[in-house]
Design a protein around this ligand. Structure first.
Ligand code: SAM
Length: 234
């Protein structure tokens, strides 16, 4: 799959920047940043507050439980990121507000996002963000039909899945083509089962064997077995 742009720059706007550190430093995403295949920038929305208490939330108009994130610091952070990345044309940017919204994240959407040069992810907390912020975004995006405490986990999911769409990130185009949900004419698929050593696993008195064909060295038969065990989803 040929993408228009690489590397992709991710900008994450959050009240909890510490939530991201370890995950983004590990394994594939850590190496992808070292190789400049992706860049991840995290912005603390609280740095864009203007009062001495650094207030980023307030009570909801109309009453009710919880607090609402104020629009001004979120928009000030967004304007700053846009200004600092003005060299990237607006058409190559995607501004996403993480939200338990009807539009759900998927592999197709990850592929579409990977064709942008910059993805800006705004993380909500508390009861969400003042709705007026939506005037400045491209879309609200949910990662599933459940409510998280904040958008940070959702942002990590988006960064991870989109990054995997960049060939330089995985360093192995074949694994990308065979992966579950890879675009296929027959519709989305789930990858065949994988095994590693030992060939016989002794657990609780049971011997669990790797399918013999995978040990045969017969690449044609192995390919057929894998094809047979790749599930096409309805
Ligand atoms: N009061 C909101 C409601 O009932 O729809 C829930 C707000 S939630 C506790 C706080 C933040 O978490 C949201 O603003 C959003 O950024 C994030 N969030 C929660 N669930 C999410 C999901 N399924 N997908 C993406 N982001 C989510």
């Amino acid at each position: 799959m040929k993408l228009k742009h690489s590397p992709i720059r991710f900008d994450i706007l959050t009240l909890f920047p510490e939530a991201f550190g370890d995950y983004f430093r590990q394994s594939i995403l850590g190496k992808a940043q070292e190789r400049n295949a992706i860049a991840i920038h995290i912005w603390n929305i609280r740095d864009y507050t203007t009062d001495k208490h650094r207030t980023a939330d307030d009570v909801p108009y109309g009453g009710g439980a919880g607090m609402v994130m104020k629009a001004e610091p979120v928009l000030a952070a967004l304007q700053d990121v846009l200004k600092k990345t003005a060299r990237i044309p607006r058409a190559d940017k995607k501004i996403i507000l993480l939200s338990p919204a009807p539009k759900e994240f998927s592999q197709e959407r990850a592929i579409r996002y990977a064709n942008h040069r910059q993805i800006i992810l705004i993380c909500g907390r508390y009861e969400g963000i003042d709705e007026r912020v939506t005037k400045f975004i491209d879309e609200k995006l949910s990662i599933g039909r459940y409510v998280l405490s904040g958008g940070e986990l959702a942002a990590m999911v988006v960064v991870d899945a989109v990054s995997r769409m960049i060939p330089a990130v995985l360093g192995n185009a074949t694994s990308l083509a065979e992966e579950s949900y890879a675009p296929a004419q027959s519709g989305p698929t789930l990858e065949y089962p994988q095994y590693t050593r030992p060939a016989v696993l002794n657990v609780s008195g049971k011997k669990l064997r790797v399918p013999a064909i995978l040990l045969s060295g017969d690449h044609k038969k192995i390919a057929e077995w894998r094809q047979k065990h790749t599930k096409t989803l309805k």
